[in-house]
Write a protein that binds this ligand. Structure first.
Ligand code: SF4
Length: 222
């Protein structure tokens, strides 16, 4: 099967509970969403066609010099919106064959049912402030594995914070899933968000985008 690939690179994971860990990213081209804060618009159209074997070879090359251990590198399929690609689940399965953990970053707007259950799903529940909140597929909640998968909220302001808090509370999310609250870069003060999380006693993890802190907000390939 062939895929339009925007970039394959090794970096430090910038987000989620694995932030700071070495990771090989496979970024597929294309996304049907247009979030207000999107930082990967360069992946909407740019890319070149590669087949599964070429992708696996490139990922294996980047993994090769890395050592194993509890913080060993892993592979993440991202975009764009990787699940917009027909055959994304087959690619995830093929990446699993490399013998390292495989993660998927997705907006939750496409059905997670075909995704191999062992793949770590980091699902970005779009808020009203993203402009794409209506794209959410509620049935995707049943495919999230407690202790493995993560539900992320990128918050553009206090209104998004209140909305996300209520949305999680109404669904009993706190009791079963790892939840990440992230301030939209340059839009919401991280300190304000941290203080609100503490004041409200929410069982969430504050997520900052490590790669942007290290290398700035505009650099691709990191
Ligand atoms: S889903 Fe991701 S890639 Fe697509 S527009 Fe939103 S932020 Fe950008």
């Amino acid at each position: 099967m062939r895929y339009k690939v925007n970039e394959i690179f090794r970096s430090l994971q910038g987000e989620g509970t694995r932030a700071g860990r070495p990771c090989v990213f496979v970024r597929l081209t294309g996304c049907p969403l247009r979030c207000t804060y999107c930082d990967t618009a360069y992946a909407f159209h740019e890319g070149r066609s590669q087949d599964t074997e070429q992708i696996l070879a490139a990922v294996a090359d980047l993994l090769a010099p890395l050592r194993r251990g509890p913080e060993a590198p892993f592979v993440e399929l991202t975009g764009g919106e990787p699940l917009a690609h027909p055959g994304a689940s087959e690619l995830l399965q093929a990446l699993r064959g490399l013998g390292v953990p495989v993660a998927l970053e997705t907006a939750g707007s496409h059905d997670l049912a075909p995704v191999p259950p062992e793949v770590i799903k980091i699902v970005d529940r779009k808020t009203p402030g993203s402009g794409e909140g209506e794209r959410w597929l509620e049935s995707n909640l049943q495919h999230l594995v407690p202790g493995q998968d993560e539900l992320k909220f990128v918050l553009t302001g206090p209104e998004d914070y209140v909305w996300a808090r209520e949305w999680c509370g109404e669904r009993g999310i706190w009791d079963r899933l790892t939840v990440l609250f992230a301030p939209a870069w340059g839009t919401l003060d991280p300190a304000w968000l941290g203080e609100r999380i503490l004041a409200d006693g929410l069982p969430v993890r504050l997520q900052l985008q490590l790669h942007k802190i290290l290398w700035g907000p505009l650099r691709s390939g990191v």
